[in-house]
Design a protein around this ligand. Structure first.
Ligand code: ADP
Ligand code: MG
Length: 615
């Protein structure tokens, strides 16, 4: 079905758009890089600086993965090894130049990353850590034992220095090459983090289910970030491979993976400058713990544990001046003038033929428990449809089924004439069914306005390359989206809170924000799970006022609610569930006087229909 899309602005050429402050920071960093080998002019320091620049590339990718997306990897050294061996073998065996290796090595690592991520991301938590650790170990073992190709522990020798024409990169020039590549990577990744990309990653980290319910293909995004982090590790690998004339498997031990992890955590996960600080500290560790030089695994492991216990937010995260993502994004969004918002009706919601949503014989089993038992539900367009029933009667489960969080055990669900019961949550959201959660499921670390912006996810068109390069088109789109988000927040009376982290809102406002976020998606059907649940009377009034305005605008809504007066005031039709079955359906008056409904509710320890929270 056609969805309302942003008016496409005439696309200017993808010209880089760089703020003066960003340019200044970039030039300052370039100056530091240029001066380092001149100030510390000896081969020993040069080796250390090279190592830091190489490590930084890995940690940058790992921070993107762990810090922003919340996906752990214990096996980055495996990708470094793949980048290194592929590039070195290309030169040694196939007579290719360093530059071909620089192109192909990281791509090979990225491919390995994709292949590993697809199965690995199906599992969670400790298993993912184990899979990535196993991967790192396997790559090292292969490098160590496949002697005919990798040279095993003896290694490959006679690796040529990179050259351009007659110019051979000596140690200092090589440092410049690596360090300026790292700086460029830093700038590009910062662009991504400050864009829709970074926002989506943090959304996935904070509340993956909510992100999916707004149309984000969470699995695909995770595979994408995993691949990108593997690419960066592979890039580091190429530089590591050509650093010396000699390469063996020692550089890719598990202790290396642990070092990258330590640098990312110690620096501060999810901060822009954490990887810089972490890399510097990591480089200093062998000197500080010189007597333990041969026990890097032990030292790094111990430091990692200590860091996670005493400094879980890392050095940069604990400084507090950065306030994570929030402060940085505020600077970038710069509160544009709001574009007033009003509910826009997608074509499907206005089409009068047939019901908007229809469930037939939907059954959901949890083990032996029949949470839903043959539920038939028909929702007409442009109505507010109530769903009530005692606690545990299956209301939330029904919402989870129709929004794709659960796949029904049996039965069918049709939205605007098309079956959706086999679709994943993000695909259902893209069809226009968008829902809130009984307990607010906000992206707590994102700003209020950013939560709404994630709601716009499926409407934003500028992709990876635009945000990586921070093109004018990408910025124009972000500005317009921010202006619309502000308008939407004004509609909800939340504009004065637009630039605070969503997690800091009072409970009632969190529930309102969740509704606003859904409306940003331009839903065909808006599904609200107890929008006024757990809120105080003033907040209930605000929710009711909003729902009234939506009703007048003709937005189609399915609402679960315990306040019967709210149901009576708002709903054209009501369906009643009890023990997973539909026991009544009709107008609020019909339903609330139905003997079966009264009986279901009178099982409650107190009162009758109307005054009480049901059992
Ligand atoms: P309601 O929203 O009407 O209060 P729910 O849909 O949350 O009710 O729950 C219906 C029944 O299904 C309850 O008995 C609940 O314990 C059970 N249930 C809900 N979700 C799950 C789950 N993920 N696993 C097992 N049982 C569940
Ligand atoms: Mg519920």
């Amino acid at each position: 079905m056609a969805r309302p899309a942003w008016s496409e602005p005439a696309l200017p050429l993808p010209v880089l758009s760089v703020s003066r402050a960003a340019l200044l920071r970039f030039l300052l960093a370039a100056l530091v890089i240029a001066l380092l080998p001149l100030l510390f002019d000896n081969p020993y320091y040069l080796t250390i600086f090279q190592g830091m620049a190489i490590t930084y590339l890995v940690v940058l990718g790992l921070n993107l993965l762990m810090g922003y997306t919340g996906v752990a990897s214990f096996g980055q050294a495996g990708f470094v090894a793949i980048g290194a061996y592929v590039a070195v073998l290309l030169t040694k065996r196939l007579d290719q130049s360093f530059w071909v290796g620089l192109l192909v090595g990281p791509l090979a690592a990225a491919l390995a990353g994709t292949l590993l991520a697809v199965p690995a991301l199906r599992v969670r938590g400790p298993f993912l850590v184990m899979i990535t650790a196993a991967f790192g170990l396997v790559v090292w073992q292969v490098a160590n034992t496949w002697a005919p190709v990798t040279g095993g522990p003896m290694g490959i020798s006679g690796i040529p220095r990179p050259a351009i024409g007659d110019f051979r990169f000596d140690a200092r020039a090589y440092f410049y090459l690596v360090a300026f590549t790292a700086l460029l990577a830093h700038a590009l990744i910062s662009n991504l983090i400050g864009s829709r990309w970074g926002r989506t990653l943090v959304a996935i980290r904070d509340a993956p289910t909510a992100a999916a319910s707004l149309g984000v293909n969470v699995a695909l995004w995770k595979v994408g970030v995993f691949t990108l982090s593997a690419y960066l590790a592979g890039l580091a690998g190429v530089f590591a491979g050509f650093r010396n004339p000699f390469l063996n498997s020692d550089s890719f031990r598990v202790a290396e993976s642990l070092g990258y992890l330590l640098a990312a955590v110690l620096g501060g996960l999810g901060t822009v400058y954490g990887p810089v600080v972490g890399t510097v500290v990591l480089a200093a560790i062998p000197h500080v713990f010189a007597p333990l030089y041969d026990h890097q695994l032990l030292v790094r492991g111990a430091l990692l544990v200590v860091t996670m216990l005493v400094l879980p937010r890392g050095i940069v995260g604990s400084l507090g001046t950065f306030r994570g993502l929030a402060a940085r994004l505020t600077g970038r969004l710069q509160a544009p003038p709001a574009i007033p918002w009003a509910p826009a009706l997608p074509p499907a919601a206005t089409a009068a033929n047939g019901p908007l949503l229809e469930s037939r014989k939907v059954t959901m089993l949890f083990g032996g428990l029949r949470a839903l038992d043959g539920v038939d539900l028909t929702i007409a367009a442009r109505q507010i449809h109530g769903l009530i029933g005692p606690n545990g009667s299956g209301k939330t489960t029904l919402v989870n089924v129709i929004s794709g969080i659960y796949r029904p055990t049996s039965g069918s669900v049709v939205l605007a004439g098309r079956p959706i019961d086999q679709l994943p949550a993000h695909a259902i959201a893209r069809r226009g069914l968008v829902r809130t959660f009984q307990t607010p499921n906000l992206f707590r670390d994102l700003l209020v306005i950013e939560n709404v912006l994630v709601g716009f996810h499926t409407h934003l068109r500028r992709g990876f390359a635009h945000h990586l390069l921070r093109t004018r088109a990408a910025i124009a789109e972000e500005r317009e989206a921010a202006a619309r988000a502000l308008g939407l927040l004004e509609y909800f009376g939340l504009a004065d809170r637009a630039f605070v982290p969503a997690g800091s809102l009072p409970y009632g406002l969190q529930k309102l924000l969740e509704i606003a976020r859904c409306l940003a998606a331009g839903p065909v059907l808006l599904v609200l799970d107890e929008p006024a649940g757990g809120t105080n009377p003033a907040e209930v009034e605000r929710v009711v006022a909003i729902l009234n305005r939506l009703r007048e605008a003709g937005v189609s809504v399915l609402v679960i609610e315990h306040h019967m007066d709210v149901i009576e005031a708002l709903c054209q039709r009501v369906t009643v569930l009890d023990f997973g079955r539909v026991i009544a359906e009709g107008t609020p008056q019909q339903v609330l006087t139905d003997p079966r409904v009264i009986e279901a509710y009178l099982g409650a320890p107190v009162g009758g229909v109307g005054e009480v929270a049901p059992r």
